[in-house]
Design a protein around this ligand. Sequence first.
Ligand code: NDP
Length: 322
Amino acid sequence: MQAVQIFTTGSTDVLTLSEIPIPTPGPGQALIRIEACGVNFIDTYFREGRYPTPLPYTLGQEAAGTVAAIGPGVKNLQAGDRVAWCGIPGTYAQFALAPADRLVPIPASITTQQAAAAILQGMTAHYLAHSTYPIQRGDEVLIHAGAGGTGLLLTQIAKSLGARVFTTVSTEEKAALSRAAGADEVILYTQKNFAAEVRRLTHDRGLPVVYDSVGKSTFEASLTCLRPRGVMVLFGGASGPVPPFDLIRLSTMGSLYITRPTLKDYIATPTDLHARASDIFNNIAFGNLKLRIEHTYPLKDAAQAQRDLESRQTTGKLLLLP
Ligand code: NDP
């Protein structure tokens, strides 16, 4: 089978299309024929070496497809079932192994591609809005990169919970997409000081929460958007990692809270995993949550997909079709 691997870390040049044997499922595992896999920022962090991992490493952590075989002891699945999963490496490939208890069945009402496009970013948006900082009706919230894959979904969920949503985006085209997703106030942070805009638009009230996935270039200004006891949710670093931070500043800036959450801790139990995934899939099926699959690529173009994601040109979701 074909798989996109790295043998060393670095730029997208290190991505290699390899021919490797189809693996055999062990106890508790399933072998899945992948129909679509998501391209996520976290894949670029593994490629760069920001998250160290043994090499060679098959990239990708999100996919959907059809169960091809099951290993000993698997009771909840059979060959032919459509499933989606995330957080398990090795999805930039034609086949992958995954623990059967981490696979989520795909309802008949959504396509396999939709499931691959939604499971990681959708469950991320879900836990951020429902659990990390549970949004209350009337809350004013800031979401950076509002036209990105996660940003578009988080905006829709925040609106459905009754928030007034502020987003940041880099271009007018992205601003239109963010507004279409429901954002009330869209700030072009490449042209304006977003923190000053937030302060102006809230009459200096400040916000109870900022969802910041951009990191290095937005972190400091994001803190100044918060009201006393506000929550800074730093959930990514698309512009680079945030430098070390002196905790005394949380006190001087208004008894602020900072958290650096990650999806795996919010889907650690099968109950959480299935509840979040079914909520996302059902909302897509009912049309409450709109997915934007911006571009699909053949597996051999994985490097191009990552370059596109990193170049800041993309909106919504990018998929590889192995
Ligand atoms: P996006 O589709 O949101 O793409 C990233 C966006 O970040 C860009 O489109 C761009 O939007 C913005 N950006 C701002 N500065 C830069 C820069 N210097 N270089 C590149 N992009 C920049 O990606 P994802 O939805 O896949 O991921 C968004 C973030 O969420 C990532 O940081 C990722 O790591 C994080 N994440 C975290 C998870 C968690 O559980 N902690 C889970 C899933 C994702 P614009 O042009 O509008 O500025």
